[in-house]
Design a protein around this ligand. Structure first.
Ligand code: FE2
Ligand code: FE2
Ligand code: FE2
Length: 415
């Protein structure tokens, strides 16, 4: 199983759009325009590669912090913060280390950067591309807007923006196709050159690492779920081992566990943080999350099985689950495993508003759900047969994720 990092990020950056609907396509646009600038000033393949990857993820820190992109892009006080947080989260993943460095400074003004702080040119490119994309007005013809956009950045030549890059944008202004791609096409599709596809092939262990890091971005949005996916992933992996899955399949199960709630990025934080009493509308919004998980993961080449294992975690063997209403006969065992791991983790974990359930209460709930055919009884029985072992595996994973969450919280104080 080899997945291309670029393909993976292309899909996941659409997931980022789920949270910030006011800036749809923002990450794709910034990646595209940054790339065109980098190309024009003849940066190396290596630099262009890192700029694209960074562009696709540059505001991910805001996502984890639950900040509205439209707001942070306006205020430099919080802008540094999301850049720092995003960079911190991503730098843990080796193939994104250099991109993370670019993200860290994507709001730094040029005259506060070079050469004193040695801020890479890639960060300055992201900065100028980001500003242009934020200023574009979707309702107005883009070619009419270009002269004003260029005028705007020229005013900040040598202060906010690097003079060389402002000149570059000026030179690009007559190339209509760039602006038309940027505004009206799904811009990253215009960059499917062979060299990008060969950017970085990830092996399965790297995909696991990346999924784990991405699960933090999903979970850290709310203290209620801060270590949830870590527990689900490890529980599901152990169950898969007990069902005799191959080593490779167990690794796929880990990925499915880490990403099962990916669609929660579409749910507003104020809803996520509500311990109970959802309105009907909020309830429908929450219910849509496995659907989004499926739609995002399913388009990633090579994620066919993983997307089903991950996204069917609220389906039930009796057919009363959602959103696809599959039943025992057409639910893969892998999906049933994730469903059990999800319920088990949810009822045993501590939430700020309640303590996790005792072993006895948890066992009795799982038994009842199996009896009602709301969870697969085969999977539940295997879990109950190894209850204390799995309880410990899940708790250990959650403690580890909890430490990361504390580190993340701490980084929010950084200015
Ligand atoms: Fe930003
Ligand atoms: Fe941005
Ligand atoms: Fe879920």
């Amino acid at each position: 199983m080899n997945i291309n990092l670029y393909d993976l990020l292309k899909c996941l950056s659409s997931a980022q759009d789920l949270v910030n609907k006011e800036l749809t396509n923002h990450h794709h646009q910034v990646a595209y325009l940054s790339y065109r600038i980098a190309e024009h000033i003849n940066l190396s393949y290596e630099e262009k590669r890192n700029i694209i990857l960074a562009g696709l993820l540059h505001d991910i820190g805001a996502l984890a912090m639950n900040e509205s992109l439209a707001e942070i892009e306006d205020s430099s006080a919080t802008a540094y913060n999301h850049a720092y947080v995003g960079s911190m989260l991503l730098s843990e993943f080796e193939p994104l280390k250099q991109a993370a460095e670019l993200i860290k400074y994507h709001h730094h003004p040029w005259n506060a950067g070079t050469p004193a702080h040695n801020i890479p040119i890639g960060s300055h490119i992201l900065h100028i591309a980001d500003r242009i994309c934020v200023l574009m007005r979707p309702e107005e013809n883009i070619l009419l807007q270009v002269p004003q956009l260029v005028e705007h950045i020229k005013e900040k030549r040598g202060t906010q923006f690097s003079p060389e890059l402002v000149d570059c944008v000026e030179e690009l202004q007559h190339l209509e196709y760039i602006w038309l791609d940027l505004m009206y096409n799904y811009p990253m599709n215009q960059l499917d050159y062979p060299w990008i596809s060969s950017l970085a092939a990830l092996n399965i262990d790297e995909i696991i690492d990346f999924s784990m890091i991405f699960s933090r971005i999903i979970d850290f949005r709310s203290s209620f779920t801060a270590n949830h996916s870590a527990g689900v992933a490890k529980t599901a992996e152990r169950l898969a081992q007990l069902f005799g899955y191959s080593e490779h399949e167990c690794k796929m199960m880990l990925i499915a566990g880490y990403l099962h709630d990916l669609g929660k990025l579409a749910i507003d934080n104020s809803i996520l943080e509500k311990p109970s009493g959802l309105t009907v509308k909020e309830y429908h919004i929450v219910k849509s999350h496995p659907f989004y998980t499926y739609r995002i993961l399913n388009v990633i080449e090579g994620f066919d099985i993983i997307s089903k294992w991950a996204a069917y975690h609220h389906e039930k063997p009796d057919g009363s689950g959602y959103p696809f209403h599959l039943d025992d006969s057409n639910l893969p065992l892998g999906s049933k495993i994730v469903a059990v791991a999800d319920v088990f983790t949810a009822i045993t974990e501590n939430r700020p508003y309640r303590k996790g359930m005792s072993d006895e209460a948890c066992i009795s709930i799982l038994r009842n759900l199996a009896a009602e055919n709301a969870l697969c009884s085969n999977v539940v029985f295997v879990l109950l047969d190894h209850f204390s072992e799995i309880r410990k595996i899940c708790a250990d994973a959650q403690i580890k994720a909890g430490i990361e969450y504390a580190r993340f919280k701490d980084s929010l104080k950084h200015k």
